[in-house]
Design a protein around this ligand. Sequence first.
Ligand code: F6R
Length: 610
Amino acid sequence: MCGIVGYIGKNNAKDVLIEGLKRLEYRGYDSAGIAIVNDQTKKKVSIVKAVGKVAALAEKSQKRALNGSVGIAHTRWATHGKPSVANAHPHSAGRITLVHNGIIENYQELKNILIKKKHIFTSETDSEVVAHLIEQECKKKNFEDAVYATLKQLKGAYALGIINSDEPGKLIAVRNSSPLVLGVGDGEYIFASDPSAIIQHTKDVIYLEDGEVVIATASGYTVKTLTQKIRHRNVQKLEWNDEQAQKEGYAHFMLKEIFEQPHAIADALRGRMEIGEGLARLGGLRSVTDELREIERIIIISCGTSYNAGLVGEYMLEEYAGIPTEVEYASEYRYRKPLIDKHTAVIAISQSGETADTLAAIREAKRKGALTLGIVNAVGSTIARDTDAGVYNHAGPEISVASTKSFTSQLSILVLLTVLLGRQRDMSFTMGKRILTEMKRIPRHIDTIAKQDKKIKKLAQKYKKYDDLFYLGRKYNYPIALEGALKIKEISYVHAEGYAAGEMKHGPIALIDKDLPSIIIAPKDSVYEKTVSGIEEIRARRGKVIVITTKGTKELEKIANDIIEIPKTLEMLMPLLTVVPLQLFAYHFGVARGLDVDQPRNLAKSVTVE
Ligand code: F6R
């Protein structure tokens, strides 16, 4: 996830900005850059950029005379265009230089208009378009009005830090759906994506709200609304230390990332749904639109949590796109003799884009002539580059070793892919519209579930003494049973078994007794009654049962020991909701057992060896 820092005040901006970028490193990035309004010449902005670490940028900056007390800086987590110096921020157009965090949905449309007006672009980014738009508006308006005129044209999410070489003593910052905090120091103001880049200078901050614009000079700042009305905001005192600031007050990155899911899903969907038409638009697949129409079979290859996401995708793609789909562990697939023809699409799902088994499997599929596609979070990663086409998750970096937000974001992309492929085939307009309408509501539903955090924590404390757990689910929620069990294993080192609920009676039910609690995913869906029979069978054998079910399912209160409720949604979208209480349960279970949940033993975030 990109990081922004901006400074205006009495000190050397370069030092403040580089230090700020270092403190934002934990967010993940692939390149960095800095722009300083040069004091000697005024009216001149100097820019330095580097691919890789902030240390490389700091070294490059040493060699340049960057003396000034106004500047902006950025760490880039690539979304549009590969990691490169050209794509790194800050981006300039004439007098305007800016840094951007977020996604501009309509950038291509705006870029086409600007190209016609003779603007020349030097990067592949959506962000550069914003700089050119402001520059264009500056031809007729003052700096502030030009920024406002530009904001009216932008669709998407953005936090911006903007400077203008014609008005060197001013810094404008904007927040809309991407985080931005203003630090209010003594004669100095610092903007940053989170307080960790501010806290060493001041503990007085204003968390900007969506639609707020700050115009800062060395002598003061004004917060305005999108309609240019002044807004009086109270300064708030940060009580955090440095480490807490990085986690934005959450005890662990895992918890922060669970709570970030509504945002990560909204980012995965941004600009990709045409609800009115019942269509999904995935820009990364545009080049293979005709091949997608010809697909007769899909094979999904992935590992761990990404494999579980693939299993949910199998149900979606078969039921709604009507395409036979198989899901395989990449580590198995690579050693099989894959039967592939030119109508087979092989989809690799990977958060890191570097998992060795998935990479080897996708290369093998390519050799055999399959159309290879990627659903990948890390932009520019090897899997993203080696596949014929693909879709990025835009979930931002996941720091905790256990995957949470990347899972729900993968599911969101699979929903979009199902609609895209389905609508190319016989999915009706009404069905496409219905799925997308419900999908749009998912972030809000997750917020509702996250409000039960305290209750789930209590539940985890109640069950923490157990060394074995059973996770059961059916149809769309069978993979969620696997994912719930995987999370517990990773975080708590407790044995957990994920099983298809209908398989219980074929063997595993022999394990059930008072010492083996079961977590059963039983929302009101097409297999609800069957799952409930399974619950009765477990209760009859004195097994304790925690049920995840849809709000208002009163009859379960009589048979379950504990219940967690989720909001209603379409059956195919349920996994996006049912997994959230299981993530929270695993998190609190691990914490209750005194473990390091962010870095569980024996595990690595990116498995780049076989
Ligand atoms: C589980 C987890 C792992 C990964 C797996 C695949 O929480 O993090 O199971 O899902 O190693 O990694 P990616 O998605 O990077 O290919």
